[in-house]
Design a binder for this molecule. Structure first.
Ligand code: HEM
Length: 141
């Protein structure tokens, strides 16, 4: 049985900085609106056909990543998905730049600073995992 979805005002506190569930939702929705308008990032994201579902999944991803209670069934398989989406260092830099701009526009400076630091850390880890996945795929045949 899954937990009920949090109210938009439900708060999480990370390193002394608080975020409401609505902060996650607003940032994710705004960010993927920008991604769809972006000349380079929009291309890998053509694989997304159900944007409301993507936004729900990614809002939940960030909520649980920041320590919130899971409230929907969502299994994430980011390494394989990013590999097949054509993830690379240039796209990551662009992704992070657009994400930082969204955070700065939407949130308080302390919230934006903490979140971009965590996103960069995930991006760095994803780069290493993407390389390992690529090697495994190339050595398969
Ligand atoms: C720190 C940077 C990033 C984070 C934290 C992140 C996070 C995620 C997560 C959690 C998902 C859902 C995965 C799943 O459903 O299993 C996802 C999906 C996706 N990401 Fe990223 N991502 C990042 C950067 C990028 C970049 C640079 C690209 C460009 C190729 C990208 C392209 C995609 C695409 C196309 C999907 C949808 C895959 C699908 O559902 O078919 N992401 N991302």
């Amino acid at each position: 049985m899954s937990n009920p979805a949090p109210l938009p005002t439900e708060q999480l506190i990370v390193n002394g900085v608080s975020f409401s569930h609505d902060d996650f939702h607003q940032v994710v929705e705004d960010f993927y609106g920008r991604v769809q308008q972006d000349a380079e990032l929009s291309i890998p994201f053509l694989s997304v056909h159900d944007w409301p579902d993507h936004i729900r999944r990614l809002t939940h991803f960030w909520w649980i990543r920041f320590g919130g209670r899971p409230y929907m069934f969502a299994e994430y398989n980011p390494v394989a998905k990013h590999y097949y989406a054509g993830f690379n260092a240039n796209l990551l830099e662009r992704w992070l730049g657009l994400f930082e701009a969204t955070l700065t526009d939407r949130l308080q400076p302390d919230q934006a600073a903490l979140w971009i630091m965590i996103a960069k850390r995930i991006g760095f880890a994803l780069t290493a995992k993407d390389e390992a996945f690529r090697h495994a795929m190339e050595n398969k045949s």
